[in-house]
Design a protein around this ligand. Structure first.
Ligand code: AMP
Ligand code: GLY
Length: 425
């Protein structure tokens, strides 16, 4: 079978790397892909927003299965269009992708189906939002309703900060995504990412991870897409996992079906483990990046039948096997990220750095020209290691990373610190 992966990040590199190992695969295409994928796939210049072009490409290349990586094409209905053309696709419909596309929708779903989450209110004008903030006090969280490339959440430490965030959002900072906003209670606890595959009815838990969203060591500074992750997340012990499934995941899957929006794909629950138990911070309707890279190196089963079962409605016949090892990855980003940064700088010595059996270097913002690799984006590389402990995986990942010759790049040196502290206490 020929398979097409949509996307260009580290997440899609790791999905492609895993799909490339499948016995079911003939030729793998990635649109648009990146500089690290050319060894395993044919990278094609195809825009995910041009649905006609994607359908034509699938016909021309006899594509049997499409895997959509990022959220934007899902919210934009690419999965619906492909499936209406009888092209099997991994990724939810636009009606179901609203779980990520509208924070207000998700909060209302939680309220209706009794899913634990922060107390909230929705607003479409500033005065009401400010009155609510004044009543609740700080710290308080202000969120643009729609997709804002991970930047639409403001944790306000003071009422003034909250009011400024409300003005910014309604002032158009996030465009259409800020036509509405959610104000919610600030939750305290440890964060974790929980992944579950679903075909709309059955679920298959698909791993846990912890990300590091802030740009600076010690979790300070601006929010980013994620500066490194490890899997599994130790905080997701058996009890918390079971409670998450029963109190959050199953009511969501049943609720979405009851709303006439059956969810088929991967549900990525961003959780806060509070002293009351797991609470939902948000849903994403795709794999996390860089969490996905950590999951893919640990998954020992063939991923293709697993993802296909989500589309086919046969997930109850599927199991997934995982390595007992843990994985950890460190993101190398261009200096300046998440602000502005230099592009087209050369990266050297990647082959040597990634040569150990327990290492994979996944690419994100890179391109390959004349056998040389150049950085083209903010997040550029994911140096991913597997080992029996987080401490060992961390040491291996940084040892490899230190062999990469890229003066214009930087990374956090403390990825995994929580788990390392737990292991060594
Ligand atoms: P999101 O884009 O919704 O994942 O939010 C970005 C980050 O903001 C999350 O990973 C949390 O660290 C933080 N966050 C969001 N909502 C809350 C909340 N209600 N309480 C505390 N932290 C939050
Ligand atoms: N790493 C967080 C995300 O993918 O949303």
């Amino acid at each position: 079978m020929n398979i097409l992966v949509i996307g260009s990040g580290g997440r899609e590199h790791s999905l492609s790397w895993k799909i490339a190992q499948s016995d079911l695969l003939d030729t793998l295409y990635v649109a648009p892909g990146n500089g690290g994928m050319t060894d395993i796939a044919i990278c094609v210049d195809l825009s995910a927003s041009d649905h006609d072009a994607v359908v034509s490409f699938c016909r021309e290349k006899d594509i049997g299965f499409v895997v959509i990586g990022p959220e934007a094409p899902l919210v934009d209905g690419l999965s619906d269009r492909l499936q209406s053309e009888d092209i099997k696709t991994f990724g939810p419909s636009a009606d179901a992708a609203i779980l990520e596309g509208s924070k207000g929708f998700t909060k209302d779903l939680c309220a209706k189906y009794n899913i634990p989450t922060a107390a909230y209110a929705r607003f479409s004008e500033a005065a009401g939002a400010k009155t609510f903030v004044a009543d609740k006090g700080a710290p308080i969280v202000i969120k643009a309703d729609g997709l804002a490339a991970g930047k639409g959440v403001i944790i306000a430490e003071t009422i003034d900060e909250a009011n400024a965030a409300i003005d910014d959002i309604f002032g158009g900072q996030f465009g259409e995504a800020g036509a509405e906003l959610v104000v919610e209670e600030f939750l305290e606890g440890e964060e974790a990412s929980f992944f579950v595959l679903t075909d709309g009815e059955s679920i298959l838990p698909f791993g846990t991870a912890q990300d590091h969203k802030r740009v600076g060591e010690g979790d300070v500074g601006l929010n980013t897409g994620g500066m490194g992750a490890y899997s599994p997340a130790p905080v997701m012990d058996e009890t918390i996992t079971q409670r998450t499934i029963e109190e959050i995941i199953l009511p969501t899957v049943k609720g979405m079906a009851a709303e006439g929006r059956p969810f088929k794909g991967v549900l990525f629950a961003g959780l806060m483990i509070t002293d009351k138990g797991p609470e939902l911070i948000e849903y994403n309707v795709r794999f996390g990046d860089p969490e996905c890279q950590c999951l893919m190196v640990r998954l020992t089963s063939d991923i293709v039948p697993i993802l296909m079962a989500c589309a086919d409605g046969t997930l109850n016949q599927i199991d997934a096997e995982w390595s007992d090892n843990v994985s950890l990855n460190v993101v190398m980003a261009a200096k300046g990220y998440p602000g502005s940064y230099e592009k087209n700088t050369e990266i050297k010595n990647l082959d040597q750095a990634g040569s150990s059996d327990n290492m994979v270097i996944f690419h994100a913002g890179t391109k390959k020209e004349n056998e040389k690799i150049f950085a083209t984006g903010g997040r550029v590389l994911n140096v991913t290691a597997m080992a029996p402990s987080v401490t060992a995986a961390k040491n291996d990942a940084y040892a490899a990373l230190d062999q990469i010759d890229w003066p214009q790049g930087f990374c956090r040196r403390d990825i995994g610190w929580r788990a390392v502290e737990r292991e060594n206490s």
